[in-house]
Design a protein around this ligand. Structure first.
Ligand code: SF4
Length: 95
């Protein structure tokens, strides 16, 4: 299962303000969970996020590979089956 196939995920900008090579980085967040430990003074948007972060500071090409559904995912069994189906569908299209 992959969070990128879930309707509760979102992608936010997550650049490193002190490194121009990382200005295009993004983060994947989960709208179903609040961030248990937000750092409002952090320079990283993913640290400041009110929602829990699945993967932070990702190159656009690595968002999917770094967004495998975490253990803390709050979906119930039926929703996880639907998500697994969506991920299989996505992966079969890639072939
Ligand atoms: S953690 Fe679960 S609910 Fe949140 S985006 Fe990922 S799959 Fe969806």
């Amino acid at each position: 299962m992959n969070c990128m196939d879930c309707r509760f995920h979102d992608v936010i900008d997550d650049p490193d303000p002190h490194d121009s090579f990382c200005s295009h980085y993004e983060a994947v967040i989960c709208h179903k969970m609040t961030n248990p430990n937000p750092h409002t003074s952090s320079r990283y948007k993913s640290d400041q996020s009110e929602y829990r972060v699945v993967s932070g500071m990702c190159d656009s090409g690595e968002k999917r590979s770094r967004s495998k559904t975490p253990e803390w995912c709050p979906l119930d069994a039926k929703e996880k089956r639907r998500l697994a189906h969506n991920t299989r569908k996505f992966e079969s299209k890639k072939r």
